[in-house]
Design a protein around this ligand. Structure first.
Ligand code: NAP
Ligand code: ZN
Length: 352
């Protein structure tokens, strides 16, 4: 017998337009947890996937990988959770469990990882995301949400938050005040500003316009703001940063950003550019600089970021919307008109 029938919103083709879609969850396995979706964050990656901009999208596609829900059913072997628990799932719902990445708590780099949507689960079924009334997820890929955190606040931490936290962690264990650059002020990076500040770094926001300057400095607490289109400002800031977290979701030449780094500085790419990026080899050679990348975070780091968030008393800037607003939300995200993360109130949208 199959699992329960759910109502979701799916993209059907490369326009990425979302509309209601009904499908059946897999039969609940012994280690599966079924949960009713409460909230789901909207990530720019959803848009890349809905439009088939990164790797082949299988339609219908139900996006959503910042999902918080309430447990409604448990497989026979599930001991970690009980009915009514508030749980979260990010970008991963499976991995091999055997490889070096899996064994070193870096399952996000497992070659057999299973993504929350647009992937094939080990039983051959297509994975579908959190723009849905309910989901079924193996207990190993679920996070327990601490009671002192509001579920709508937690949703963006499950992808955007951990994507910022995981690479920034390496700059945490020292008394040095790191000079951080956060490039592109959007969903991922507004959390990166809060996290880097909470780690004690000196934070410069690097943005394509000055529209977000006041918010960056006053609401998010950044120490400095740099307008990337101003040659004078960029020149004055040359050789000043230890690292830059680059979240830009578009093609951009790296030369001017690399020039901001000190000797031995790191440019950490997390933004996904749909086409190859350019830089000159001397940009790296003449400063022993590194370009590196980072993909979400591990299950362990997801739990860690929630604790970090609660301990530091941080609050993200979110706009909560109903699922009927989802296409409009993507349109606004695309024209850079969100402060700073949309979160869908899935349970409040009465999908079923
Ligand atoms: P977002 O909310 O749309 O933010 C991106 C920001 O980049 C914008 O707010 C804007 O900031 C800047 N920007 C946008 N278009 C630009 C352009 N053409 N040129 C220069 N700057 C531009 O997106 P997000 O949800 O934070 O995601 C950011 C990127 O990270 C996406 O590519 C997403 O796929 C990727 N991502 C990667 C991971 C990972 O594991 N590596 C995880 C999550 C997301 P300003 O207005 O300040 O310029
Ligand atoms: Zn593995």
């Amino acid at each position: 017998m199959d699992g329960r029938k759910v109502v979701a919103w799916a993209a059907r083709d490369t326009t990425g337009f979302l509309s209601p879609y009904s499908y059946t969850l897999r039969k609940t396995g012994s280690e599966d947890v079924v949960f009713k979706v409460l909230f789901c964050g909207i990530d720019h990656t959803d848009l890349h996937q809905m439009r088939n901009e990164i790797h082949s999208t299988n339609y219908p596609l139900v996006p959503g990988h910042e999902v918080v829900g309430e447990v409604v059913e448990l497989g026979s072997e599930v001991k970690k959770f009980k009915i009514g628990d508030i749980v979260g799932v990010g970008c991963l719902v499976g991995s091999c469990g055997e490889c070096l990445s899996c064994k070193s708590s870096m399952e996000q780099y497992c070659d057999s990882r299973v993504l929350t949507y647009n992937d094939i689960y080990k039983d051959g079924s297509s994975t579908q995301g959190g723009f849905s009334s309910a989901m079924t997820v193996h207990q190993r890929f679920l996070i327990r949400i601490p009671e002192n955190l509001a579920p709508e606040q937690v949703a963006p931490l499950l992808c955007a938050g951990v994507t910022a936290y995981s690479p920034l962690k390496q700059f945490q264990e020292s008394n040095k005040v790191f000079k951080a650059g956060i490039l592109g002020l959007g969903g991922v990076s507004h959390l990166a500003v809060l996290i880097a500040k909470a780690m004690g770094h000196h934070v410069t926001v690097i943005s394509s316009s000055d529209k977000k300057k006041e918010e960056a400095l006053e609401d998010l607490g950044a120490d400095a703001f740099l307008l990337s289109s101003s040659a004078t400002e960029m020149e004055e800031a040359a050789n000043s940063l230890d690292y830059i977290l680059d979240t830009v979701p578009a093609v951009h030449h790296l030369h001017s950003y690399l020039s901001l780094l000190k000797v031995d500085g790191k440019l950490i790419l997390v933004g996904v550019a749909p086409k190859p990026l350019q830089f000159d080899s001397v940009d790296l050679i003449l400063g022993k600089k590194t370009i590196t990348g980072s993909f979400i975070g591990s299950m362990e780091e997801m739990q860690e970021i929630l604790e970090f968030w609660a301990n530091k008393g941080l609050t993200s800037m979110i706009e909560i919307v109903n699922i009927e607003y989802v296409n409009k939300a993507f349109e606004r995200m695309e024209r850079n008109d969100v402060r700073y993360r949309f979160v869908l109130d899935v349970a409040g949208s009465n999908l079923e």
